[in-house]
Design a protein around this ligand. Structure first.
Ligand code: UD1
Length: 370
């Protein structure tokens, strides 16, 4: 059998999480496959990048393009310009791009224009909200990909509606595998992680925010922050702060961790720390796509500060509740965190994200196709 060269292009935090099981599947079980890992450099702080490679045991990228931050156009264009020559030189049989970041779009456009087939991991997600940069990235990436690796049945339906059914394969979600793989480590370390922050299990809300719609509008961000502080009068709030958000939040002391009025602000956390904090939280408040799924899988009720979600399955049984009015946030946190009936019901929900064998399926699809 001829060897297959798979180039995986990643660049931002959630992409490391999505690709980790597939990278391991290829390296450990597929001797007939060659793998190159390219990092765009979109995320470059060690707490946004290196820590994930270390904790998820992903080998260091063979190439880092150091594209860094910038406007959407500048960042996407820089990645494209720096990626073209290595793609031409390495001539992979397929370029695999996960998720919906600027790195995803840049890599898929670059490959498609050279004539290298693109495989899109997590294809078919749609929030319907084109003001989100990710929605544009997803749609364009799907439409220039040769293989669409859809995590859910909803994703398959979305792709069929857009005439992309022929290229679509239902694989399940690789994040299920990533989460399962780290669970023993999480269980070993969570007690110390909570104790280090003076937290008790099921007695705090975890918060993550980084969407431009929440954090770039300073008056909205201020209202959200006030709501968190109001909730913190009755329930501890733990808030690992994304760098985009940190630069905009009021009154944050510099340094890694500070607690103000019951809200603990900390630097962005690694995957194991985040999953430990999530698994033991009374509820999650977020605008992240991946965290909506992870909270569903860990049976932790989620409040998503957005008007839409690309993960509608998580809304089943109010496991995830969409909310945009800042003035309702504090009451929603308290009612959700103390709602034991809701928590019991969430525990019984069926997992729509697959059986944890997606990376094996994806590697098979790549083998059959190339
Ligand atoms: C990006 C993705 C988003 C994903 C998120 C995960 C796009 C359009 N957005 O958003 O889909 O959910 O990553 O975190 O691709 N910064 C640092 N250090 C870093 C990285 C970023 O300080 O290592 C700061 C810079 O000021 C930068 C800002 O954060 O301008 C935003 O980073 P960027 O990668 O542009 O977007 P994210 O908000 O992280």
């Amino acid at each position: 059998m001829p060897r297959i060269h798979v180039m995986v292009v990643v660049g931002a935090r959630p992409q490391f999480v999505k690709c980790a099981p597939l990278i391991k599947e290829i390296l450990v079980r597929r001797r007939e496959m060659d793998l190159s890992i390219v990092h765009s450099g979109q995320h470059y702080d060690s707490e946004m990048s290196e820590v994930f490679f270390r904790e998820l045991m992903i080998p260091k990228p063979s190439l880092n393009l150091h594209a860094g931050s910038g406007s959407h156009a500048a960042q996407t264009a820089t990645i494209m310009k720096r990626l073209e020559a290595p793609m031409l030189k390495l001539e992979p049989d397929v370029v695999l791009v996960p998720g919906d970041t600027n790195t995803t779009l840049a890599a898929s456009l670059t490959a498609a224009k050279i004539g290298i087939p693109v495989a899109h991991l997590e294809a078919g997600m749609r929030s319907g909200d084109t003001t989100m940069p990710e929605e544009i990235n997803r749609r364009l990436t799907d439409h220039c990909s040769a293989i669409l690796l859809a995590p859910t049945k909803t994703a398959v339906r979305n792709l069929k509606k857009e005439g992309l059914g022929k290229a679509t394969r239902l694989t399940g979600d690789t994040m299920v595998e990533t989460l399962r793989a780290v669970m023993p480590v999480v269980q070993r370390r969570e007690r110390d992680i909570l104790a280090g922050l003076g937290l008790q299990a099921d007695n705090y809300a975890l918060v993550t925010l980084h969407r431009p719609s929440n954090v770039d509008n300073l008056s909205r961000l201020r209202k959200i922050q006030l709501a968190l502080h109001k909730a913190a009068k009755r329930l501890r709030v733990v808030f690992p702060v994304h760098p985009r958000t940190r630069s905009r939040l009021r009154g944050l002391k510099s340094g890694a961790t500070s607690t103000e009025g019951g809200v603990t602000y900390m630097s962005p956390q690694g995957y194991i720390e985040t999953m430990s904090l999530l698994r033991n939280a009374s509820c999650l408040v977020t605008d992240s796509g991946g965290m909506q799924k992870e909270s569903f899988l860990l049976h932790v009720p989620c409040i998503t500060l957005r008007s839409t979600t690309e993960w509608p399955e998580t809304l089943t049984g109010k496991a995830n509740q969409l909310l945009i009015q800042p003035e309702m946030i504090h009451a929603k946190i308290l009612t959700t965190a103390f709602d034991h009936t809701l928590k019991n019901n969430i525990r019984r929900l069926r997992n729509p994200f697959g059986d944890g064998h997606s990376s094996e399926r994806i590697a098979n699809i790549l083998e059959e196709t190339f």
